[in-house]
Design a protein. Sequence first.
Length: 94
Amino acid sequence: MSFPRQPAEWAPHAACWTAFPYDPEQWFEPLAEAKREFVAFARALAEFGGERVEILVANDRVASEAKAALAGSSCRFNAVDRKSTRLNSSHTDI
């Protein structure tokens, strides 16, 4: 049986995919703090790391919030079909 290879974090790759935090039940710390840290992380990757950053968003409200928080960055936003995909904050079950 063959399994897909998972490259190391430092291996060359096309983009960093991550998800904007939105569900307070998934965070031990306050959600507002998690969002601030996420925005700093995404900006650092996009601006200083030179990476393409693709951000998954759970719905229109989350998309609007993420876009406002990351205005002026090169981050790209991607809607997730919640009927077929479970979005689990900063990582996904895709």
